[in-house]
Ligand binder design. Structure first.
Ligand SMILES: C[S@@+](CC[C@H](N)C(=O)[O-])C[C@H]1O[C@@H](n2cnc3c(N)ncnc32)[C@H](O)[C@@H]1O
Length: 214
């Protein structure tokens, strides 16, 4: 498919799925005006998918690594049951005000726990067994995150990893200095070999891997 057609197909998809909704649209606009790298947020299609996964799985305990604007957090919350508990970890403390501004507006606001700090320090401190984990923090450390959370995911739980096609760079021979590409490639190789899980890579946006713990 050529690039123009790709854009048309994307528009077609967005006009034939559930709407993003006013709050997320406002957040998206706010991020584009006020934050660096707004493209990092999940966006309309991926956000609806995250909501749908929650609708289907009805997870009670959810963990997100890499909050950024809380766009995905809000989508997970939208799809989650009322008694769900969501933990989301963000290392950049300058994002805290932005994140809280939007978290306060959700129905599950009292059940969302924002942790400011490095995921690798915070994960061991959260004493929960999770039903769903969304890995979306530092691409260099996906393997470490995976190893840290694995025993904290119940059997039958779902791990979702974002950006696993890394703009197509997974096909490149990465320079030794390109630690993000190497991080994603090694993560994908590890998941492919891990027979404790079932996995698929969805070629949506920047690649979304679904990893189901046996
Ligand atoms: C791609 S963005 C997350 C987007 C968000 N999950 C969404 O889908 O809308 C990645 C975020 O991870 C954060 N991050 C990077 N390294 C981290 C770490 N070690 N611990 C926690 N957060 C980290 C970054 O500051 C950035 O805000």
């Amino acid at each position: 498919m050529n690039i123009d057609k790709n854009e048309d197909i994307e528009q077609y998809i967005l006009s034939h799925i559930d709407e993003e909704g006013d709050l997320l649209r406002q957040l998206n606009r706010d991020a584009h005006v006020n934050l660096l790298k707004p493209r990092m947020l999940s966006g309309h299609l991926q956000g609806r998918m995250l909501k749908m996964f929650c609708r289907m799985m009805q997870p009670k305990y959810i963990l997100e690594l890499g909050t950024y604007t809380a766009y995905a957090t809000l989508c997970l919350a939208e799809g989650a049951v009322d008694e769900a508990e969501i933990h989301t970890i963000e290392v950049n403390d300058e994002l805290e005000d932005f994140i809280l501004k939007y978290l306060y507006k959700t129905k599950l606001k009292d059940n969302i726990h924002l942790h400011i700090g490095d995921a690798m320090t915070i994960i061991p401190r959260i004493d929960r067994i999770f039903d769903l984990v969304f890995i979306d923090a530092n691409k260099r450390h996906y393997i470490e995150y995976y190893n840290m959370i694995f025993d904290k995911v119940r059997s039958g739980g779902l791990i979702i990893a974002d950006n696993t096609l890394w703009d197509g760079h997974v096909l490149d021979v990465a320079k030794p200095s390109d630690k993000q590409t190497i991080g994603i490639q090694e993560f994908n190789d590890l998941i492919a070999r891990d027979d404790r899980v079932e996995k698929v890579i969805l070629p949506v946006r920047d690649g979304l891997t679904l990893i189901w713990k046996k």
